[in-house]
Write a new protein. Structure first.
Length: 245
């Protein structure tokens, strides 16, 4: 049986490494310490040292080809960290009123500080979300039963689609996050692709706030569902207005 490891006893840096490895393992088949280091803006030596510690803790394993992977315990810990991060993001965006980019940065600071009791109350308050505000599944079990979505960059001109999730790779680009939020290109938004040009490396679409243009690479980091998707796939935080007694 896998011991449930919530990651709360890990340093903030160790939690960031586990989240980065969790995200990258879902995006590509082979992940090295150098790749994670580049993602986090640290040297390969610093990343390798951290992964040696995480390997000693039984959270990460390293293959003979120097490829990194989360162990079962590591995945449980990374999911627990991501879940806290996502709940804080929901609170900051839907209740406090912060933007996507700012809430992501604040959640990274706060995710290690909340207790299991506060986490459970937040989950109840926010209506038990299955995803983060950007649409990414809150844990591996939920990911297995939700559709993966199709890259927006692969949608042909003239087709309608529903924004499904902004992948964790896209979340690394705070400028992209801010642009998508400003254009209301959020999970559940309906769009029509107007032009998709490989030669011009651009995609133009009509969304809730009119036309928007993206490079094909950032468009590839956005997942959509064809047509108008089931609204039940998209979480909405319950009204938190006080009720009369």
């Amino acid at each position: 049986m896998v011991r449930r490891h919530t990651g709360t006893d890990l340093s903030t840096a160790a939690q960031e490494y586990l989240l980065a490895l969790r995200a990258m393992a879902g995006e590509e088949s082979h992940v090295s310490a150098a790749q994670v280091g580049r993602r986090l803006g640290v040297s390969t030596q610093a990343a390798s040292e951290m992964f040696r510690r995480l390997t000693a803790d039984g959270l990460v394993c390293l293959s003979s080809a120097r490829e990194l992977a989360l162990t079962d315990a590591g995945l449980v810990a990374a999911d627990a960290i991501f879940r806290r991060h996502a709940l804080i993001e929901w609170l900051l965006t839907s209740v406090v009123g912060l933007g996507w980019a700012e809430s992501d940065q604040e959640a990274a600071r706060l995710q290690a500080a909340i207790s299991p009791h506060v986490e459970a109350r937040l989950d109840e308050l926010l209506g038990h979300p299955e995803t983060c505000p950007h649409g990414n599944p809150i844990d591996a079990a939920i990911a297995r039963r939700r559709p993966a979505g199709t890259p927006l960059s692969s949608i042909e001109a003239g087709r309608r689609a529903t924004v499904y999730r902004i992948t964790e790779a896209a979340e690394e680009d705070l400028g992209l996050l801010s642009y998508l939020e400003a254009r209301a290109l959020v999970p559940g938004a309906h769009v029509t692709v107007l032009a998709n040009s490989e030669s011009l490396d651009s995609l133009t679409l009509d969304g809730p706030r009119g036309r928007a243009t993206l490079g094909r690479r950032p468009a590839a980091l956005i997942r959509v569902l064809p047509g108008e998707a089931d609204p039940g796939l998209f979480h909405r935080v319950p009204s938190l207005a006080p009720t009369g007694r």
